[in-house]
Design a protein around this ligand. Structure first.
Ligand code: AMP
Length: 456
C-alpha cells in the first residue's frame, strides 16, 4: 500500500499521536492522508474506500481530535457523534478502533447493536456518551423507547453506505437523519458509488469533499495466490496438509455453509490443529469469544462463512484458505482482502474441485490475473478435467442433477431456510456483490492522477 507523509503533519492531538505510535502506525494510508485534514477542518466528506484501506482511522482520528478540542460532559441520553454501520461485527470493530486511538483521551464511546439485550445499552446511554457506534435498527429501537435522543449530534458517520443500502436500511437511515440537527458534520464511506449512494450523499451531505482510493480488484495484486486442484472428498486432508506445511501466523478458512464451517473445524481439531468456527448460528457472545481468541493468537485457525467474516478486522492474518471457492468473484476478492491488510504480505490458497473450475475462471477475469495452479487430484483424467461449458460467453460450472448448485450459490435445500435474517443478509450480499464495480467503473469514480477531487 502506498503510504503518505507522517501523522504529525496533521497536527493531531498529542494523545492520539501517542496511541498511534503505540499501535506502530508510522505513516497514514492514502484514505487517511486525504480524509483526516478535511474532517479536522469541519468539512463533510464522501470517501470511496473499502475495508482494509484504513478508512476507520481516517474518520475516527479527526473525530476524536475534534471532541478532545471541545471537551464537554455528555448530555443524558445523547451522543455527540453517531456512527452507523451495517453489521454488528463491523460496529464492534469501529468501537474498538475509537477506544484504541482514544485511549489517552477522556472520551466515552458505546455500542448499540441488535442481537443482544437492549437493557445494558439503555443504562449506558442514561448518562450520555461522546461516541455511539450503532446499527440502524437498534438506533430506532432506542429512539422509540426514549432511551436515546439525537438533538446533540454534531457529527454523523455512515460507514459502508452501499452495504447499508443493499441490506435495506435506507428507510431506517432516513428516519434517523430526520432527527439529527441540520447543522452537523456528515461523513459517508462506501466501497462503491452507485447512483443511489450519490443521491443519498446529495441529500445528506453539505458541499462534501470527495476522496477515493484504490478499487477492490487491486487487493488481488498484493496477495500471493495459489489454486490447488483437488478431488472434492480429499479437500479436508489437503487442507490439513496445507495448514501443516505453511508458515501460518493466523489462517482464516472460508466455507460456503455454516454446517460446512462446523465440519471443517471438527476435522481440523481431530487432526490436532486447534480451530474454531464462526457463523450466523452462533450467538453474539460466542462470536465475540471466538474472535477474541483468534485475535490474541490463542487459536490460529478460524473457519468462517462469508457473512460472519464480513468486518472481521484482525491484524496478522497470514493466510486465507478457500475451502470452497466462492461462486461470486467479488466475494473472492473480499475474502483474500482479509490478509495483506495495511500493506502486509498475505497468502491465499483455494482448494478447487471439478465443480468450481468455472468460478476460478470468473475470478481470474475480475482480478485480471491468472492464478498459479498445483494439482493434488488422484485421477487427473477424470471427467472434471474437461473444460467447463461456456454459455453466453461465460464459463458455466458442471452440475450434478441430484444436487444442483445455482449461480447464486444457494441450493434448493438451502433456499428453504432463507427466512432467517442471516440468510436474508446473505441474499443481499450476493446482490451487492453482483453490483460491485468493475475496475473500469471504479477508475471512473476515482480520478487517477490526484486520487481525489473537491466538491460534490
Ligand atoms: P480498516 O480499513 O479501517 O478496516 O483498516 C484496515 C487495517 O489497517 C486495520 O487492521 C488497521 O489497524 C490497519 N491500519 C489502519 N491504518 C493504518 C496505518 N496508518 N498504518 C498501519 N496500519 C494501519
Amino acid at each position: 500500500m502506498k503510504l503518505n507523509g507522517s501523522f504529525t503533519d496533521f497536527e493531531l492531538n498529542e494523545s492520539l499521536l501517542r496511541a498511534l505510535a503505540e499501535k506502530k502506525y508510522q505513516t497514514p494510508t492514502p484514505i487517511q492522508a486525504q480524509t483526516i485534514p478535511r474532517v479536522m477542518s469541519g468539512r463533510d466528506v464522501i470517501g470511496i474506500a473499502q475495508t482494509g484501506t484504513g478508512k476507520t482511522a481516517a474518520f475516527a482520528l479527526p473525530i476524536l481530535h475534534r471532541l478532545a478540542a471541545d471537551p464537554r460532559p455528555p448530555t443524558r441520553r445523547n451522543c455527540r457523534v453517531l456512527v452507523l454501520s451495517p453489521t454488528r461485527e463491523l460496529s464492534g470493530q469501529i468501537l474498538d478502533n475509537f477506544r484504541t486511538y482514544g485511549r489517552h483521551l477522556r472520551i466515552s464511546a458505546a455500542l448499540a447493536i441488535g442481537g443482544v439485550a437492549i437493557g445494558r445499552q439503555v443504562r449506558v446511554l442514561l448518562s450520555g456518551v461522546d461516541v455511539l457506534v450503532a446499527t440502524p435498527g437498534r438506533v430506532l429501537d432506542l429512539l422509540r423507547s426514549n432511551a436515546l435522543r439525537l438533538g446533540e449530534v454534531d457529527c454523523l458517520v455512515l460507514d459502508e453506505a452501499d452495504r447499508m443500502l443493499d441490506m435495506g436500511f435506507i428507510h431506517d437511515i432516513r428516519k434517523i437523519v430526520a432527527k439529527l440537527p441540520a447543522d452537523r458534520q456528515t461523513l459517508m464511506f462506501s466501497a462503491t458509488m452507485p447512483r443511489a449512494i450519490a443521491d443519498l450523499a446529495a441529500q445528506m451531505l453539505r458541499e462534501p469533499v470527495k476522496v477515493a482510493v484504490a478499487p477492490v480488484a487491486s487487493t488481488a495484486e498484493r496477495v500471493r495466490q495459489r489454486i490447488i486442484r483437488v478431488d472434492r472428498p480429499a479437500k479436508p486432508s489437503v487442507l490439513i496438509d496445507v495448514l501443516r506445511q505453511e508458515a501460518i501466523d493466523r489462517a482464516l478458512i472460508f466455507t460456503r455453509t455454516k454446517h460446512g464451517a462446523d465440519k471443517v473445524a471438527r476435522v481440523l481439531n481431530r487432526a490436532g490443529i486447534a480451530a474454531e468456527a464462526i457463523h450466523g448460528n452462533k450467538s453474539q457472545s460466542q462470536r465475540e469469544r471466538v474472535l477474541a481468541t483468534f485475535r490474541k493468537g490463542e487459536v490460529k485457525t478460524l473457519v468462517a462463512t462469508d457473512i460472519a467474516a464480513r468486518g472481521i478486522d484482525v491484524d496478522g492474518i497470514s493466510h486465507v484458505v478457500n475451502f470452497d471457492v466462492p461462486n461470486l468473484p467479488e466475494t473472492y476478492v473480499h475474502r483474500i482482502g482479509r490478509t495483506a491488510r495495511a500493506g502486509a504480505d498475505g497468502v491465499a490458497i483455494s482448494l478447487c474441485d471439478g465443480d468450481e473450475v468455472a468460478f476460478v475462471r470468473d475470478i481470474e477475469k475480475l482480478i485480471r490475473l491468472s492464478i498459479p495452479v498445483s494439482d493434488r487430484r488422484t485421477h487427473r483424467s477424470r471427467v472434471d478435467e474437461r473444460p467447463a461449458k461456456v454459455a453466453n460467453g461465460r464459463a458455466a460450472p458442471k452440475r450434478s442433477a441430484k444436487h444442483p448448485r445455482r449461480r447464486d450459490g444457494v441450493s434448493r435445500k438451502q433456499r428453504r431456510h432463507h427466512d432467517s435474517p442471516e440468510n436474508a443478509r446473505l441474499a443481499s450480499v450476493a446482490f451487492l456483490n453482483r453490483h460491485a464495480p468493475s475496475r473500469r467503473d471504479v477508475a471512473a469514480i476515482a480520478p487517477r492522477s490526484a486520487g481525489q477531487s473537491e466538491g460534490s
